[in-house]
Write a protein that binds this ligand. Sequence first.
Ligand SMILES: *Cc1c(COP(=O)(O)O)cnc(C)c1O
Length: 398
Amino acid sequence: MRADTIAVRSGRGDFEALGVHAPPIDLSTTYPFQDLDAATDSYDAMAAGGMPRGSSIYARLHNPTVARFEQALAAMEGAEEAVAFASGMAATTAVLLESRNRGNHVVAVRPLYGGTDELLRSGLLGLEVTFTTADQVHQALRPDTALVIVETPGNPTLELVDIAAVVAQAGEIPVMVDSTFATPVLQNPLRQGATFAMHSATKFLGGHGDVIAGVVATSGDWAARLRQIRVITGALLHPLAGYLLHRGLQTLPVRVRAAQANAEVIAHRLLQHPAVLAVQYPGMLGCDPEQLLGRQMSGPGTVVAFRVRGGCQAAQSVLRRLALVTRAVSLGSVDTLIEHPVGLTHRLVDPGALAEVGVTPDLLRLSVGLEDPEDILADLGQALDAVVASDSPGLVAV
Ligand SMILES: *Cc1c(COP(=O)(O)O)cnc(C)c1O
């Protein structure tokens, strides 16, 4: 089956037998058993990271509604299995905790999502971290390195990282790719040799700004280890969230393509505005030096970053003047969202490290939604015009 068919049809193999058209939402916390031996057998299977043999026993071990979403996401990523978590951060935490079985050191390529950066720096998980660039991964490896983490496209600069090149440098060490910005529609990291494709499902997979979730697509063996961690730590996905995500996947390809078409129009027109210093978008001239579009990622995506002339205050003034675009962090929703990375999502990241990877105070991150792009452009245009009109853009008072 092709990608769009997989999105609509996957994780629904038991519907005919159940006689349903929409997945049942199973809210049971416990599952009554009749035969103790059979229940023990099933419990043992799940404690080892496997699937239930019959009864789910207890909802921290397994939930059928969540499992259907996992099956569908795995199919979309071309993975054997997927494991869903309470949030994107819980998913990353599980991968990091699992890596502690194999070593105490992680190599992380910046820029990363602000929360991931903070988690790694916090020392909370007892891991030592070397932050580096995509071309220096090999040099950063140590005998006790257990994991390499990269994010592509990067947040918030939209820089692309060559996954296959990082995998080659990592050798035997597993690579986790945070593929949130790409979605399984535009990029499948496992096909490039990565071991884990991680998503903050809060973003595009849910797609309507009403679910917090995370998911990791990987092989059956790795998935079993992650499920074991999930059973022990309890960072579960709620069945209602699993239901909403499973539904979200059905329209994901259509939503991503439509928002991407809007983003392409907006990115090119933004560049022509005199108040815009630069636009960072994988589709733009000069933004993809390694030519990964078409090779690793089938389209430029839906998130556009741009720099406003006049620095931090000018960028903030643009934000304040917007009337239609939603001022909010997060991304991948049906509505267009805008935020100021230095002021919000990347606030806790070391300013020196931010400057090094091009996260400047004048940068705004726009997650383009499904509105008519002309309406978005009109709103951005009036806000940017005000910056141009001001003699000293750094001092615009609103
Ligand atoms: C939002 C986000 C995360 C964290 O996900 P949560 O669901 O908020 O925990 C991780 N990586 C990227 C790229 C994100 O955008």
